[in-house]
Design a protein around this ligand. Structure first.
Ligand SMILES: [Zn+2]
Length: 328
């Protein structure tokens, strides 16, 4: 039929599924995935996190098993969050040589050497008050806290961590951590900084998993306000200047514009954290048959990558890896 209006026929490339795959601009691969894991004291512990179906708090023995499975699925990296035996005002177990994370890293490294171990560096899981730093009354002290974060990062690397990821959002912490690592000779260890981390309602389920809900107040004095993007650029720029090798935007799905802007502006390896609330919403709707969970899972991750993320921290990592394997 003659095309008398001379319009474009976009649909030509959409009829044949093979052709559709050939022209797809963004695909999720296993190399994009980082799987978050929660480690707790004890033995043979596998506590389900109620608000995050399929996610568990694991004791070290179970964690090692899980890491083997993750590696066998082809996922290149995990990020570890620790829940200590004892919490105190200074979060001492965060930087204790025999702390929960330090022991976990050693145990994993003994059994699984071809998996990248990233560690979360913050104090909130370790402090009795649940805040990300040292307190003076109700104020979180910045400079005193970053000294402890540097100590924490060094102790993770001494235990065998391949990369550290400061998530606290104190000012100057990337600088302090870089300096401390270099001083100890760990010049080859990269820092993935939570550079633009928003004070978000999407973190709710995570705080069940990490047992890190603050005893009073919230995290608005250090995490970013949800309305700001210029400030995100300034935060990311500062972290790069201080020595960050990878910069992260968190949460991911509701902040695709921020991911895009960060990637365009700096061209840095960029990570995005699809957080617990994003995961929980898709899971819950899927379990109710209100959405096609698998389809929305893939769509959510493709969107994050399309926006500019090179790697995605996601609780779906295992599901996605299985999906990719099944597709062949
Ligand atoms: Zn924290």
């Amino acid at each position: 039929m003659e095309n008398k209006y001379n319009f474009k026929r976009f649909r030509r490339l959409r009829y044949n599924p093979i052709v559709r795959d050939m022209v797809r601009e963004t695909n999720i691969t296993k190399n994009d995935l980082i799987y978050p894991l929660f480690v707790v004291p004890g033995e043979n512990v596998k506590n389900p996190v109620k608000s995050m179906p399929g996610v568990f708090q694991l004791s070290i023995d179970k964690l090692v098993e899980e890491c083997k499975e993750v590696r066998d699925l082809g996922i290149p990296a995990v990020i570890l969050f620790g829940i200590p035996e004892h919490k105190d005002e200074k979060g001492s177990e965060a930087y204790a040589p025999d702390g929960i994370i330090q022991r976990a890293i050693r145990a994993i490294k003994q059994e699984v050497n071809d998996l990248v171990i990233i560690t979360d560096v913050c104090l909130c899981e370790y402090t009795s008050h649940g805040h990300c730093g040292l307190l003076d009354g109700e104020e979180i002290l910045n400079d005193e806290t970053i000294a402890l974060l540097a100590k924490e990062a060094v102790s993770h690397v001494e235990a065998g961590a391949d990369m550290v990821a400061p998530s606290d959002m104190m000012d100057g912490r990337v600088f302090a951590i870089r300096k401390a690592l270099d001083y100890k000779g760990f010049t080859k260890i990269p820092i993935m900084s939570y550079a633009a981390k928003y004070s978000s309602g999407y973190y709710g389920p995570f705080r069940d998993a990490a047992e890190s809900t603050p005893a009073f107040g919230d995290r608005r004095s250090h995490q970013m306000d949800i309305g700001n993007i210029d400030e995100a650029i300034r935060e990311v720029e500062a972290d790069i200047e201080e020595g960050a090798d990878i910069v992260m935007v968190k949460p991911a799905g509701p902040y695709l514009d921020v991911i895009r802007e960060v990637k365009k502006k700096f061209g840095m390896p960029t990570a995005a954290y699809q957080v617990s609330g994003e995961f929980a919403m898709i899971k819950a709707a899927g379990q109710n048959d209100w959405i096609d969970e698998e389809r929305v899972m893939i769509e959510s991750l493709v969107s994050i990558k399309r926006a500019g993320a090179n790697m995605i921290l996601t609780y779906f990592a295992k599901d996605v890896a299985k999906w990719i394997s099944a597709k062949g």
